[in-house]
Ligand binder design. Structure first.
Ligand code: FAD
Length: 454
């Protein structure tokens, strides 16, 4: 790149780009600092240039120049990923798609948009026709649609609709390849799984089609409990109540509620909290369920006539609030096996106490209601963190390790040949977000089975 830098930049003429060091530094980072393990590995990584294309034609021009000079390309949405997904390990170009944000078409049950469209923006437009996105990360105000698909997995709505990886939750994608003559492919049906949650390692998504869900008159509620297992069982029971529509059931063992500064008027000392978003028509049945589990409702948006944006205290926003109080706190991501008795939840609540504080999101997984754990951990050493994750795993709890930037190690821990083979076709030089896909160096000749980027 050094020898051809000027030639490369002149190939970008007419396209916005920057090499201004502060801007490049900012746009080379994301929220990996949630992890004390990732912080030293990624803190200094920088792109050489950040490019802001406006449309497909400009993306194609950037890609052509990058392939010609063999320059790595790391796509960026809003940079809210929490495992360094969009951090360029090998420098090169950060392709910031924030300007490609047009919502192209919207109709009942369906939307097609450019990748830089903010989720909140899509929802605003969809709400005008009585619909909304099925799934939202708690970062919905800033996160982009392309970034959510390529780097996220689920969130608010997962109790009703499951995960982004579930068939039907992502309908189609238009993808640009990194070949000498870049192609524009339309992936539909199961083909979309090739680029779904692939960290932008195997194609630049420039348009997406998503299903929408009917929008209810949603209400927010805060419910507190003196017994943690009563809070957990209430949440599980709410998830299993087929007649009660809720799109968020978020359970927090004390002292996690003490980290929610803005919610303090509605929280009680030494009490556990459940945050819910539910169909406000079901207020009375919800109150009956709360009474059954001896909880106490401290806030209802429909009664108080105000909203607290409770979604922004759940999922990984819980970790954000906890770390704002104590930066030594970090987190886990896990899924407990479906069990109406929640025996493993109880075991690990009692076993680790405040070293591993229990935060659960009740979700629908393969048709069953299960708790996902985003436990808040008092960090001591990396060895101890690994030991805790190993312990949970040995008890049948699935771990989605948030302390690695490698795609497969953070997810299923298995290489997905579908995604690796697609990368072979569309990114033959391995230029897209290099160093993130284990299957690329383990399944191929490159690197002889060893990660060349470590
Ligand atoms: P980025 O961070 O910019 O990108 C994410 C990945 O996608 C990167 O690998 C990037 O290279 C790639 N990418 C981006 N755009 C494209 C494209 N057009 N084509 C190809 N690749 C692309 N995630 C959840 O799933 N659920 C949650 O509830 C949730 N809560 C969070 C809370 C906090 C406080 C934080 C910090 C993170 C949370 N996340 C959550 C993770 C993250 O916010 C989401 O995944 C978010 O949707 C990412 O969107 P983004 O636009 O910021 O993407």
């Amino acid at each position: 790149l050094e020898n051809h830098w000027d030639e490369f930049l002149s190939a970008l003429e007419g396209i916005e780009w920057t090499t201004q060091p502060n801007q490049v530094a900012k746009l080379s980072q994301d929220y990996f600092h949630f992890s004390p393990v990732l912080q030293p590995l990624l803190g200094e990584k920088r792109a050489d240039v950040v490019v802001f294309p406006l449309n497909e034609a400009q993306v194609l021009r950037v890609v052509k120049a990058c392939v010609a000079y063999k320059i790595p390309v790391t796509v960026r949405g809003a940079g809210t990923g929490n495992y360094g997904q969009c951090v360029p390990l090998e420098g090169g170009v950060v392709l910031d798609l924030k300007n490609m944000k047009t919502i192209l078409e919207i109709k009942p049950g369906w939307v097609r948009a450019e990748p830089g469209a903010k989720l909140a923006q899509i929802n605003k437009l969809a709400s005008e026709i009585g619909w909304e996105l099925r799934l939202l990360p708690s970062t919905y105000r800033t996160a982009t649609l392309g970034g959510f698909i390529a780097g996220g997995s689920g969130g608010i709505g997962s109790i009703l609709y499951g995960w982004l990886g579930d068939r039907g939750n992502f309908l189609a994608a238009k993808v640009v390849t990194l070949e000498e003559e870049p192609q524009v492919l339309e992936l539909r049906g199961d083909e979309v799984q090739q680029v779904n949650h692939a960290y932008g390692t195997n194609g630049i998504i420039i348009e997406l089609e998503m299903p929408l869900a009917p929008s209810y008159p949603w209400a927010e509620g805060i419910i507190v409990f003196s017994e943690f297992m009563a809070a957990a069982r209430f949440g599980q029971q709410l998830g299993e109540s087929d007649g009660l529509i809720a799109k968020l059931i978020s359970i927090h063992a004390w002292p996690i509620p003490s980290y929610f500064t803005a919610l303090q008027p509605y929280l009680l000392d030494e009490h556990h909290a459940v945050l819910v978003i539910f169909d406000q028509n079901a207020m009375e049945p919800l109150e009956d369920l709360v009474n059954e589990f001896e909880g106490k409702i401290t806030f209802l948006s429909c009664r108080a006539n105000k909203v607290l944006n409770l979604g922004e205290f759940t999922w990984n926003h819980t970790t954000l609030h906890a770390r704002a109080t104590d930066p030594n706190l970090t987190y886990l991501q896990s899924r407990f096996p479906s069990d109406p008795k929640l025996e493993l939840v109880q075991r690990f609540y009692e076993h680790y106490g405040e070293e591993v504080m229990i935060h659960l999101e009740i979700v629908r997984y393969q048709g069953q209601v299960s708790p996902c754990g985003l436990q808040v951990v008092r960090f001591t050493t990396e060895e101890r963190l690994q030991e805790i994750m190993g312990d949970l795993q040995n008890h049948g709890i699935a771990i989605f390790n948030p302390h690695t930037y490698i795609l497969e190690d953070g997810g299923s821990r298995t290489i997905n040949p579908l995604q690796v083979n697609f990368k072979r076709k569309v990114d033959p030089y391995g230029l897209l977000n290099p160093g993130k896909m284990r299957g690329w160096w383990e399944m191929g000749e490159e690197g002889g089975g060893v990660n060349p980027y470590l």
